[in-house]
Write a protein that binds this ligand. Sequence first.
Ligand SMILES: [Zn+2]
Length: 155
Amino acid sequence: MRGKRIWERLLGVEKTVVESVEFEERDGGVVVVGVRARSRWERRACCGVCGRRSPRYDAGGGHRRWRALDLGTVPVEIEGAAPRVCCAEHGVVVAAVPWARHGSWFTKGFEDTVSWLATRCSKSAVSELMRVAWRTVGRIIGRVAAEAGSVVERC
Ligand SMILES: [Zn+2]
């Protein structure tokens, strides 16, 4: 398995291509992984809210970052493009990306882990272990539960 494929597995991302891996010295050290959606996903621009194919609108705010699960004790951030589409129902919104849920600053793997932990421990314990705000735990659980209850076919 080649280096970039290993990173895709370590990060738990699907339909995603790892383009770069860098170490930033800020905040005691952060691994920043540059990604893009696989070509087939990128060509099918979809609304981040409902998942329906939608015409591209613009590049949005450029690249942004999502927090991923830590690698050992080192925090990881994923950096990728966040273009916008024009959905017939939701208007101009950020396009769906394969590694994160709409409106989230965390990867799906991070949110899934937080949600699972929340079924086993107190919200305060999850907050402390995952190093996220107590209120963020609640918002993450809300997104994961909404997706689990959604009947809309996603991209
Ligand atoms: Zn939509």
